[in-house]
Design a protein around this ligand. Structure first.
Ligand code: CMP
Length: 138
């Protein structure tokens, strides 16, 4: 079993899409092992996305992700990292496959509704960023 970190971003929380997105998680073989609604400060957002610090969109990205509440989740299942990325679809909703979360719900490249860890190394950084060991059910 593998774990991954998912975020439901401000654009999706604002449009009351939490339930619809969690439904896709639960009906596609992934289990919710932890979940919380949080608001990140700009500083915390910069920490979360520090891997993108050199990118030209870092300022906008961290401004956006700290602009309203988000839902952070730990998802567990076989090949959870890949499975969740497949369910999300391409980063830019214009390139996302039909039936994916981003195709169905995302507004644009920035307001793309969801995030998922892209590797086991990212999970190792992102999971303890949001959750203590006690908050992740076994
Ligand atoms: P996410 O999976 O959260 O990882 C980093 C985010 O940066 C990504 O989703 C996009 O929302 C955002 N992003 C990626 N590329 C760009 C870009 N060229 N301009 C603005 N935002 C971007």
């Amino acid at each position: 079993m593998e774990e991954t970190v998912a975020l439901i971003k401000p654009d999706a929380v604002e449009r009351n899409l939490i339930g619809k997105i969690v439904e896709r998680i639960e009906s596609n073989g992934l289990e919710v092992a932890a979940m919380k609604l949080v608001s990140l400060t700009k500083k915390e957002a910069e920490g979360f996305y520090k891997v993108h610090a050199a990118r030209p969109f870092y300022g906008e990205l961290t401004e956006y992700i700290s602009s309203g509440p988000i839902v952070a989740l730990v998802l567990r299942g076989e090949n959870a990292i890949t499975k969740w990325r497949d369910l999300m679809g391409a980063t830019n909703p214009e390139n996302a496959e039909p039936g994916t979360i981003r195709k169905d719900f995302a507004v644009n490249l920035e307001k793309n509704s969801v995030h998922g860890s892209d590797s086991p190394e990212s999970v190792s950084y992102e999971l303890p960023f949001f959750f203590s060991a006690m908050e992740v059910v076994k």
